[in-house]
Design a protein. Sequence first.
Length: 611
Amino acid sequence: MLAEPREFSEVRLAWTPAIPPPTVVGTDPEARSTLPLTAAGTPYERYSRAVRDLARPTLFENRPGYRLLEVDWSSPEANLTFGYTSYFDSVVDVSSALAHEYGGQMARTSPSGNAVSLDDLPFRSRVGDPFDLARRSVLPSIDTLTIRKGRDGKASFVLHYRDAAAVATASSLYHLMPAGVFQPSSIAPSHQANDFSLWRSSMREFAEEFLGMEEADGSSVTPIDYEGTEPFRSMVRAREAGTFRMWCFGVGLDPLSLCGEILSVAVIDADVYDEIFAGLVATNQEGSLVSVDPDAPTTGLPFTEAEVNRLGNAVARELLGAGFDVVAGVHKTDPWLPEGVEIRRGDLADPESTHDLVRDVDAVAHLVALARVREAASMPRQYYRVNTVGTLNLLDALAAETDRTGTPARLVFSSTAAVYGTPAKQPIDEATPLAPMNPYPASKVAAEDLIGWQAATGALGATTLRLFNAAGAAGGRADPDLTRVIPKVAAVAAGRENELVVNGDGTAIRDFVHVRDIARAVALALQAADPGRHEVYNVGATPASVLDIVRVAESVTGRLVAVRHQQAYGAEAPVLTADTTKIRSDLGWQPENSALERLVGDQYEVTVNQP
């Protein structure tokens, strides 16, 4: 890192046209363990080719970039020296493969409680000193913290959620914005001199990520006119006026992938920021914008259907990120789903349309159900018709597809913790006897039995996830059901509801889990489903009472939540929580988003942003 920040104008770039090739290139024998097998049963030659064939994101092109060769902060001017490399040679074949190696070893080691050592990582050992820029090719990104500076001294900044289905690196992360690899806008020779600039590269990233301009795809032969075309002209003029300042803080390495990062900060006067980025987009080609402006609500992905199932959306995103081709089977709604998801319409109550839903599909996440406990008591036949017979129709369709293709299907079934009733022993593990107290969980138990018997035939590999209380938001979409405690508390805090009515004293403990963590469990379960087996896992994360939720909501939002107590509906179990030892051990699942502050905060941010 620099001893003190330097303005971009104080960072001198030098160019070395002829450089020796790096030692570590990604085809090394030590990299073999990171390479999946081809259809022929042999390892892919390069990690980039495996990604291209098996899990290609939307933005995945091998373009030339500026290879970092030397960093010298000792002279009055900060000096960075570059040569040429390519995106695949540096970022994908080496850095992504290093991350894959560590992640795979972590998955194998974590259940035993042992730490990953360098001896377990042959490719990382081959790299050696990560700061040896001659040994491997380092194509750095320019990662910029963008600060909007108000006249009153208040500052705000934005974050970017990087969509795993769109980008190959830093996917599924909340990241600084803008961020992009340091590369020319085109392969044409004239672009070399025109684009070899930290400032100009950053301007292109601002245009793409803040304003939604198309990514420079490398095909243009005409150099970009940074002085004469918008929005670049306005950025240049603002920088000349001192109202748009760019600072370099140093160069860092990502500890997982060893990707290089030129760390920078942009400080932009509020009126200039608002003028240049008046067309600020909520989504761009790489993901979605998250505004963290203290004076404005969070901006997320735009949704138009209030009743879209947020869990289905979260699962679709997770499966896309895991490399699946995703088909969404929907009934009545027009869902908003990530790009790349095929939508098929059907009804599980109709066997013929169910067959159409699963044609050419080899794995299904069955998430739909009727799920209101009090309603189920007065509608038992409807609950069994949808939840049990609908599952039977799905199993019939999957069996027919297996007969047609010869490939056993995989199924993840979304069940409920209500199948356990109210056992005295807490936390509840999967061996707890089932004791449904209502037609809703009883219909789920019947469906689970059907799935188990069908898996025993060998024609199906199945996993049942017994979900405790799903909460939180995914992709800007939260739970609209005000009969549930977290949506209701958020609505009261946002001024959209007058009060929270609590049955009893509000001290009963229940288990809550974020929909993003559920989505991750679904993806892991699909990948682990083996023909002939039916595994059952609890999915829960955070025990909390209604009073805990109210307290956290008031802390997170700074708003009081009006509470009125009334007599409870009969005896209420004091504690119902999940023992998740089995899913953590078998699948390596860990809740990452289920802190109570996150569950409540996500719901509140979406609630205050609704029209």
